[in-house]
Design a protein. Structure first.
Length: 201
């Protein structure tokens, strides 16, 4: 075979192989979606996490990163979705929250599935116009071949709205309640005092 033919064959081979490699990279991924992109104090945020792996999803191991002073995880016992069992929890040594699930369903091992739903409550330490970040890091998918596939981290960003006004509103509300309670106690005390004075007469 001439040198020219060899070069042409090499080019054709590269053209055929390149799309396959690109597809292989795309086929394994983690995706996270949220039910809202902006939040206020007291809101609840729901994060749905989906995995895709062409060789089957036997398990997923990752780290959930968020600011615990501003977000509270409220469904730790109900994170795993249908077909999956949660092995999630805080690492005692590092303090990190390990988001881990195993596929325990009765159907064939899925190649794409929603495996976790994480719910947070927005706490009153957030500040208006400041972003809240929720990340999934150190992601690995255990496939049907017994291999662990490392994936890039994913994150979502939530914008905080009306945080200051909400906090001020709550303070005013508590002060108003306290004033009403004091007035009622004063009225009760006056009535009780008047009754005692009347009985003495």
């Amino acid at each position: 075979m001439s040198k020219c033919k060899k070069i042409i064959c090499l080019i054709i081979t590269l053209i055929v192989i390149m799309p396959i490699n690109v597809y292989a990279n795309i086929a394994n991924e983690i995706k996270i979606d949220t039910d809202k992109t902006s939040v206020e104090v007291g809101d609840y945020v729901e994060i749905t996490i989906t995995a895709k792996c062409e060789s089957g999803i036997e398990g997923i191991d990752s780290t959930l990163v968020y600011d615990e002073s501003k977000l509270k995880l409220i469904n730790e016992d109900e994170i795993a979705l249908t077909g999956f069992t949660s092995m999630s929890g805080k690492d005692e040594e590092t303090g990190e929250y390990k988001l881990s699930v195993l596929y325990t369903g009765n159907e064939d091992v899925p190649t794409e599935a929603e495996f976790a739903k994480v719910k947070f409550e927005v706490l009153n330490k957030v500040k208006k116009d400041k972003n809240l970040n929720i990340k999934i890091e150190e992601i690995e998918i255990g496939d049907s071949n017994g291999e662990w596939i490392e994936l890039e981290e994913k994150q979502i960003i939530l914008t905080v709205e009306n945080a200051q006004s909400n906090s001020l509103g709550r303070v005013i509300k508590y002060i108003a309640i306290a004033i009403v309670v004091v007035i009622l106690l004063f009225i009760i005390f006056k009535k009780s005092k008047n009754k005692k004075n009347g009985s003495k007469k």
